[in-house]
Design a protein around this ligand. Structure first.
Ligand code: TRP
Ligand code: SF4
Length: 403
């Protein structure tokens, strides 16, 4: 049984904040105990929108990796690396671009939305249009099965599957495919081979998706099957050829909409963040200055916690009894807003303490961090090379030892 391979990337946009921790990193930390995880800094993706001012990218990558490590992403469990240090992502992007219909990219919802959101930038570039294809290459180059992403990224993963399907359909037909598939069925034994054929027929004749799933599960259980034969039989199920690129699923990160200091979603572009490594005075000060229910002018004016950004943060950071204390005190005007904010300040500082401490350890040992990243790049690259070799072969670019 091989475990699922998980791949995800993050654009290096600067220091990470509490929203990244609750929305993404906690999830990565728990995934690394169950799967083979590959996490990378998507520095090329950062360039698609920040091409005019690239000077910060290197430092942002370094600081972001420190934030990941400080939050518990563990280099002994996960592979941490930098996209541009594995140039095979770019080669796969180029090769896939040959078979990518322009319309698929132009219709991507993020394409128009982002252009509208960043009106001050000229995003009518080739690189920006190709953003989702580069992302597809990031995932396909590792034959990942799961991609943890937020909701906005789900169309990109769907697109990735479509590209993989198109590629396999176009290039997966090796000479003698049918015979080799039948040969592979024989290898999984009489009983299971029959079952496989029945499930395949049910899928092909009646479009029975459940049968397809069962057949896939059956193949995953077969220990004596080579990777090539397994891919062949995956491909044979759907009638196409050998499966060279595998289709990933998105793993939707449980909706955690981290409210920022002003009640809107926490985001660097709104300037409403608390950074993971922000110092104690600054965190305290930011929360003390947070806007509250404007109806509470005087301490004994009653307020409504439901419309107060402070209470929204309480819901993430403090316990039920504290919420009850807030609701009661706020609606009756018996606590002041600064009283209300104190347990929140305490909870955030408590969460940050170990993160800040671990980050400092890494900041003091920059060579250690560089070593972790460079080991990660090597591991990622080994895997990427295997895939790119198959892709080159499939597209007629296998020169072997001739040149
Ligand atoms: N586009 C993703 C984002 O903005 C980042 C990303 C790049 C990514 N390549 C990826 C995520 C591959 C998952 C898999 O969040
Ligand atoms: Fe907001 Fe708390 Fe003040 Fe009520 S008491 S308005 S919930 S900060």
């Amino acid at each position: 049984m091989f475990s699922d391979r998980v791949v995800s990337g993050m654009r290096p946009t600067g220091l990470l904040h509490l929203g990244h921790y609750h929305g993404v990193l906690k999830n990565w930390v728990s995934l690394q105990d169950q799967h083979d995880c590959f996490f990378f800094a998507a520095d090329w993706h950062a360039l698609t929108t920040h091409y005019e001012n690239p000077i910060d990218i290197q430092d942002n990558v370094f600081q972001m990796m420190i934030d990941w490590l400080a939050c518990g992403v563990d280099p002994s469990k996960s592979v941490l690396f930098v996209q541009s240090r594995v140039p095979e992502h770019a080669e796969l992007h180029l090769l896939l671009s040959m078979i990518t219909p322009l319309g698929w990219l132009e219709r991507m919802p993020t394409y128009k939305d982002q252009q509208d959101n960043m009106k001050e930038k000229d995003l009518s570039t080739y690189g920006f249009l190709g953003y989702p294809l580069l992302q597809a290459a990031d995932v396909l180059i590792y034959r990942a099965s799961l991609v943890p992403v937020g909701e906005d990224q789900v169309p990109h993963i769907e697109f990735t599957r479509e590209i993989a399907r198109r590629f396999n359909h176009m290039y997966g037909r090796e000479p003698g495919f049918e015979d080799r598939a039948r040969e592979a069925i024989r290898k999984i034994g009489n009983k299971k081979g029959k079952l496989y054929e029945q499930l395949r027929n049910r899928y092909q004749e009646q479009g029975d998706e459940e049968a397809l799933e069962s057949a896939r599960a059956l193949l995953l259980e077969q220990q004596n099957l080579s990777i090539g034969d397994r891919e062949r039989l995956f491909g044979y199920l759907e009638g196409g050829g050998k499966m060279i690129l595998s289709e990933p699923q998105s793993l939707l990160t449980a909706e955690s909409r981290m409210p920022g200091l002003d009640g809107r979603k926490m985001s660097k572009s709104y300037g409403n963040t608390i950074f993971l490594r922000e110092d104690i005075e600054s965190v305290t000060d930011k929360i003390r200055r947070m806007p509250t229910d404007p109806a509470r002018v005087r301490r004994n004016d009653p307020g409504n916690p439901d419309i107060c950004p402070v209470f929204h943060l309480h819901q993430i950071y403090t316990s039920k009894p504290i919420h009850e204390w807030v609701c009661e005190g706020c609606t009756k005007g018996s606590i002041g807003c600064l009283d209300c904010k104190q347990p929140l300040i305490d909870a955030i500082l408590e969460e940050q303490a170990p993160i800040r401490e671990r980050a400092q350890g890494y900041l003091d040992e920059p060579l250690l961090v560089r070593g972790i990243i460079s080991d990660g790049c090597d591991k990622a690259r080994d895997l990427a090379l295997e895939t790119i070799r198959d892709v080159r072969d499939a597209m007629g670019l296998n020169y072997g030892a001739t040149i």
